[in-house]
Design a protein around this ligand. Structure first.
Ligand code: FES
Length: 262
């Protein structure tokens, strides 16, 4: 079920120079959401900016009835969010989209996240660990001050490996190099990926070559977020191999690597 609600802000704090973490009291959404889904957030009480912003769920706590959003300040809408105070309300629609899935057969999995794409992988890692999987968390960023949520992955008990482009933290290089190493030394049953397009393309290529199933969350510009505006349509391959179009907001944002076409 999709809810359109006013939710109470419990916390809203800066966690990195351009990133904020907002905790909302939203028991109905927390009870139904799965990792990989997102909310459309109304960032202003006025009509400007008009469009709601899509923000993925970084943590889902059904027991406490809370959800955590991690957002990057990229424009006027997200800038307005930064000054919202605990105790005030914010309108959201969700949970939206199709999230990540996992199978009881999978034993060892890897999540590969880059930039703000790391945010939804926290909730996923939490669920994968609860389901008894061994989880490699491969995290990449341009530099130390842009690396999201690494402490959460460590606290959760994932095997964390980090790469930064400038070498300011972890390995110098790309997160895909870490994935290559893990693929070469470990039998992975599934890979989950969320991040910038070049990273996603490289992850899909590596996993296809290694014959490891992979799910990717596609980050696309969204307008309505509910399947009405066609602003997020992407070309995919159907199970029969024919080409077709799907809406990232409604049919995704999570797709299997065999579906996506770059
Ligand atoms: Fe409008 Fe997907 S954002 S159809």
């Amino acid at each position: 079920m999709v809810y359109s609600l006013k939710t109470r802000i419990l916390e809203n704090k800066k966690i990195l120079p351009d990133f904020y973490e907002m905790v909302l009291s939203a028991p109905a959404i927390a009870a139904e959401a799965v990792p990989g889904q997102f909310l459309m957030v109304k960032t202003s009480p006025t009509l400007v900016p008009f469009l709601r912003r899509p923000i993925s769920l970084s943590r889902i706590n059904a027991e406490e009835g809370t959800i955590t959003l991690v957002y990057q300040v990229v424009g006027s809408g997200t800038k307005l969010m930064t000054v919202m105070t605990p105790g005030s309300e914010i309108e959201v629609v969700g949970p939206l989209g199709k999230g990540f899935t996992w199978s009881v057969k999978d034993k060892v999995v890897a999540i590969v996240g880059g930039g703000c794409g790391i945010a939804p992988l926290v909730a996923l890692t939490e669920e994968l660990l609860k389901a008894g999987k061994e989880v490699y968390a491969l995290l990449g960023a341009q530099s130390r001050d842009k690396l999201l949520s690494d402490k959460y992955f460590i606290e959760l008990g994932a095997k964390v490996m980090i790469a930064t482009d400038d070498g300011s933290f972890g390995r110098k290089g790309f997160v895909t190099q870490l994935l290559e190493e893990v693929i070469n030394t470990t039998r992975l049953d599934q890979v989950y990926c969320c991040g910038p397009l070049p990273m996603t393309k490289a992850v899909v290529k590596l996993t296809k070559e290694a014959l490891v199933p992979c799910q990717v969350s596609l980050e696309e510009r969204m307008g309505c977020g509910v399947g009405a505006c066609l602003g997020c349509v992407c070309k995919v391959r159907s199970e029969e191999g024919s080409l077709t179009y799907k809406k990232v907001c409604h049919d995704g944002p999570v797709f299997t690597s065999s579906e996506v076409i770059f």
